[in-house]
Design a protein around this ligand. Structure first.
Ligand code: FEO
Length: 399
């Protein structure tokens, strides 16, 4: 078994997934992902969330190794997405007397997903589950990022079980506490996790942060990634910044190019931006995975998108990217567009309309017919410089 003692009575009993290529069958997992689960031992025993069912064997081994001959009294379900809830059936099979604790929405989903409709304990905002010397108080945090999501706060040791919030991709290799891990990859993956999975729900995340703001936190036990202790302030700060749609100083340039003309334009734009900030990130939309592009666009304040004209419309991969940004309602960005065409331009109008609809600050765009002339390079450098200067003039966040 691979369990970790987090406090005298609290154990990490989750698992690592280095097998799955695509999270949600969409998002690459270069560093894998962990499905975290926690077991609290007191007069009563309580398991907080389960793991993906394909890892049920290892998970049950972990739980059994901590419980020994004791029974499991409660299973708290903070989040019903199947990466955490599909292990529920295995736990109920092993511990048939366990009471499953959730709110009314959780209980409806337990029936809907798994046909579970017995041995349930419904909790509401502020309810407390007494375990002995420990007590769990429940806070409803809907739409972070599903409607049934709640968090449990252990009041004696000041530990928050936060569901997906404050989570990130990346397996836990040899340790689970933040202070024992090299955190660079987790923080890098936190932006990608947030932008792609939670990004649409900035307002509910802000509501949750306000609700939890008065709590003293010694430990945050999230469902993916490290258990936060030493780095709580930084981690909560990143979620606060992202959910306010604040951007750090930097310019992300994304382009879609077929024969290299739009790419040359992007290089000139980057050169112009680089005069004002070293944080210039250039992505070929057909090369970099879109989950990473979204991550960078959520992180940085300047966004410049360039597109070749295709079928009298945007280059398809750019069109798809734009749709993903719109879906998430990203706010507070400085934007400019550039485009290339052979006989009729169709890129600037839709790109400017997209940015206007999101309320972004628009700088002058630029379109080139066929090959670039010397003057075009100068115009494009100016475009990049204008966006970078505007970003520097409005610093918002510096995590
Ligand atoms: Fe990790 Fe929303 O499930």
């Amino acid at each position: 078994m691979n369990t970790y003692s987090l406090t005298q009575d609290l154990y990490y009993v989750g698992v690592n997934d280095r097998h799955t290529h695509l999270f949600e069958n969409m998002l690459p997992l270069p560093y894998g992902v962990s499905y975290n689960s926690y077991l609290l031992i007191d007069d009563k025993t309580v398991l907080i969330d389960t793991v993906e069912s394909q890892f049920a064997d290892s998970f049950l081994e972990n739980v059994k190794s901590v419980l020994g001959n004791r029974s499991l009294d409660y299973l708290v379900v903070n989040h019903m997405e199947p990466d955490h809830s599909s292990g529920i059936k295995a736990i109920r099979a092993l511990y048939p007397n366990v009471k499953v604790v959730g709110n009314s929405k959780t209980i409806a989903m337990l029936q809907g997903f798994y046909g579970v409709n017995s041995d349930l304990l419904e909790v509401k905002e502020g309810d407390v589950l007494e375990l002995g010397k420990h007590r769990l108080r429940f806070y409803m945090t809907p739409m972070v990022h599903w409607p049934e999501v709640m968090m449990a706060y252990e009041e004696t040791e000041e530990i928050l079980f936060s569901a997906d919030a404050f989570g990130c991709f990346g397996t836990l290799d040899g340790a689970v506490l933040d202070k024992d891990l090299d955190l660079d990859k987790y923080y890098q993956e936190m932006y990608r996790y947030y932008a792609n999975i939670v990004g649409k729900y900035g307002n509910p995340v802000q509501a949750a942060l306000k609700k939890l703001g008065a709590l003293s936190l010694k430990m945050i036990c999230t469902l993916h990634g490290p258990v936060w202790t030493d780095s709580i302030a930084k981690t909560v700060g990143i979620y606060d910044q992202l959910s306010k749609y604040q951007g750090q100083e930097g310019v992300v340039i994304v382009y879609g190019s077929m024969y290299g003309h739009t790419e040359k334009m992007a290089e000139a734009v980057a050169r112009g931006a680089m005069k004002y900030t070293k944080k210039v990130i250039l992505h070929d939309v057909s090369k970099t995975d879109v989950s990473q592009i979204l991550s960078d666009i959520f992180k940085y304040k300047g966004v410049i998108i360039g597109s070749a004209t295709y079928c009298n419309a945007l280059y398809p991969n750019i069109s798809s990217l734009v749709e993903k940004i719109e879906l998430r309602g990203l706010k507070n960005r400085v934007f400019a567009a550039f485009g290339n065409f052979t006989w009729a331009g169709a890129t600037i109008k839709p790109l400017e309309a997209f940015a206007t609809n999101l309320g972004w600050t628009l700088k002058s765009s630029y379109e080139v017919k066929q090959g670039l002339q010397p003057n075009d390079y100068e115009q494009l450098r100016t475009l990049g410089g204008e966006v970078a200067q505007a970003v520097i003039a409005q610093p918002e966040a510096n995590n």
